[in-house]
Design a protein around this ligand. Structure first.
Ligand code: ATP
Ligand code: MG
Ligand code: MG
Ligand code: MG
Length: 561
């Protein structure tokens, strides 16, 4: 029985209402009283002071579906988006909270009931794993949680001890914290990275974290000391997109109904200009379901557009404006990353503002404010598209040229040992072929094209050995050349670095910094007005800004599919 993302959200909230939780509306993505936090990144943000005992509410149990953005600060999933199956910049975190009301026992029992009861999510317990805090000299192992999991029906061999970095959740360097239990779902071998049958937790494509239950127990002081909170509390977070993937029987969040309409819309907007600039790469992609999972770079671009459309729509709706600093800069970065991926799909017209209406249509039932804000949001997005187009007009062609040049130089030097045997004509054909590859399509050599050229001279085995060598090569975009684009055409550094990343190339940040430094020295020496641009690039400013915010102690181990 199929369950839509909207139904799942509603079922979660109804389940906890049934357990006497107050349904509280999502707070804004812009944290209200917390300058240390870039964007709301967890359901507990709006209850921070309640946990600390500094604020009272007329309820002790709450449930929410919270808008979250993790695209900066300590939780930054921006780079993962499009490449892992389970990370978004914007996502919805479903949560239940106890403010000094119930604690571990009920939190665990509720979670298990919701997940496994046939009347609710009906997940086969044989697919679930749980983790508990293994303990440190300061805080003992969470034997209690283990006992409660066992009492709930989880076999002992399904419960795994994890270190503090995974299972001691902490809001930041200071503030409420405590041990946690994470619940993982086994997506099965089909989702596996290696195709090998590896036990939990060894394959993070196959075993996906769906829910984190935090047992809030302490307040951490700046010297690291832990004092018990006035009341023991509970804070949980479950990604709606991930649980939807599980309940819809797919292996990627992008295959759920929360994303496929957006991916389809992005593809349509792309196809709309195909007549003019025909690109077989895009046509190869058939259905939104396939696009949701394909590792074709064009499909990744569509996923990125879908994801970033959600993030920018909600951020602008919540009052963020594209700008050159702080929150506005992160928004600008998200928007421009999406626009760049649209362009890589041969889209030359403005399209991102139309994605806003698609997001509104998908999300307005849960977030009615979008009905009022969408027109305004679309205008802001269009203005950004127009402004960015002016910046890119010249610069991006040059950047594409640089990427092509790096790749073709790289290939030619790898092919050097074979060139003599290939002969001059074939060498030229190869060079042209390398130049013709689209900049965003990675370093993967078009095998058909290669074999048609190389295969005339070499055997099939030799040809495939050569292709193999070319496809694993990782080339480097020169920082010095990138600096020229930055300086001459005003291309943002992260734009250049992203393009390199997308082309599966390394970016020489040090060379870039060195070239910039050299230029500044020159400018200072000549006293002829050092370029303002190189004096304080926004990117550096942002990198320097410390957004402490809430964070877990986790080190994110997202893998690239
Ligand atoms: P991961 O280890 O997979 O990055 P996390 O441990 O960083 O996840 P938490 O801080 O525990 O995530 O957040 C609670 C829940 O929110 C997670 O269990 C997951 O279901 C969901 N979640 C976290 N980050 C993202 C994201 N970038 N996109 C979608 N869902 C997310
Ligand atoms: Mg995790
Ligand atoms: Mg977690
Ligand atoms: Mg994470």
């Amino acid at each position: 029985d199929y369950r839509s993302g909207s139904q799942i959200r509603e079922d979660f909230l109804r389940f906890f209402e049934g357990k006497l939780h107050r349904r509280v509306h999502s707070s804004s993505l812009v944290p209200q009283n917390d300058p240390t936090l870039l964007f709301t990144n967890a359901g507990m943000n709006q209850f921070k002071d309640v946990f600390l005992g500094a604020e009272k509410r007329d309820y002790t149990r709450a449930t929410t579906s919270q808008k979250c953005v993790r695209a900066g600060g300590k939780h930054n999933d921006l780079e993962n988006v499009g490449f892992t199956r389970r990370h978004h910049t914007f996502f919805e975190m479903l949560g239940n909270f106890s403010f000094g009301d119930y604690f571990k026992k009920d939190a665990i029992a509720y979670a298990w009931e919701l997940l496994t009861s046939p009347e609710w999510f009906g997940i086969d317990p044989a697919k679930l794993y749980v983790t508990i805090f293994e303990g440190t000299p300061q805080v003992p192992r969470d034997d209690e949680a283990e006992q409660f999991w066992i009492a709930t029906g989880v076999p002992k061999d399904r419960i795994f001890d994890m270190p503090a970095k995974d299972n001691f959740w902490q809001m930041g360097d200071t503030g409420p914290c405590g041990p946690c239990s994470e619940i993982f779902y086994d997506l099965g071998l089909a989702a596996s990275e290696t195709g090998e049958d590896k036990p939990f937790p060894q394959d993070d494509q196959r075993y996906v974290e769906i829910w984190n239950l935090v047992f809030m127990q302490f307040d951490r002081a700046s010297d690291g000391a832990l004092t018990p909170l006035p009341k023991q509390s509970v804070d949980t977070g479950m990604g709606l997109e991930r649980i939807s993937a599980v309940l819809q029987g797919v292996i990627s969040n992008y295959q759920t109904d929360l994303f496929t309409p957006l991916i389809a819309k992005a593809a349509m907007l792309t196809a709309g200009v195909l007549e003019e600039t025909f690109d077989p790469k895009v046509l190869k992609i058939l259905s939104p379901i396939e696009m949701a999972i394909s590792d074709d770079p064009a499909a990744a671009s569509l996923r990125i557009i879908a994801d970033h459309a959600r993030a920018s729509t909600f951020l602008i709706s919540d009052g963020v404006q594209p700008s050159n600093e702080g929150r506005g800069y992160v928004l600008r970065k998200i928007l421009r990353r999406a626009i760049r991926h649209g362009r890589s799909l041969t889209l030359r017209g403005h399209f991102m503002h139309e994605m806003v209406f698609a997001v509104r249509d998908e999300m307005k039932a849960a977030y009615p404010e979008l009905v009022d804000t969408a027109e305004r949001v679309a205008k802001v997005v269009l203005a950004e598209e127009q402004q960015f187009a002016r910046v890119l007009e010249v610069g991006s062609e040059k950047l594409d040229g640089l990427i092509r040049e790096v790749r073709s130089d790289g290939w030619m030097s790898l092919l050097a040992p074979y060139l003599e045997k290939l002969g001059e004509i074939n060498k030229q054909r190869l060079e042209i072929a390398a130049q013709l590859q689209k900049p965003s399509y990675g370093t993967k050599f078009d095998f058909g094209m290669l074999s048609s050229i190389v295969g005339e001279v070499f055997s099939a085995d030799e040809t495939s050995a050569i292709a193999q060598q070319l496809s694993v090569a990782k080339f480097v975009v020169s920082g010095k050349k990138a600096f020229q684009l930055y300086e001459t055409y005003g291309l943002p550094l992260d734009f250049i670095a992203d393009a390199a990343h997308d082309a599966n190339m390394a970016f020489d940040f040090e060379g870039f910094e060195a070239a910039k430094e050299e230029e500044q020295q020159r400018a200072r020496a000549s006293w002829k007005g050092g370029s303002q641009k190189s004096a304080s690039p926004v990117y550096r400013e942002l990198a320097k800004t410390e957004f402490e915010g809430y964070s877990t102690l986790r080190v994110d181990g997202a893998k690239v599919i």
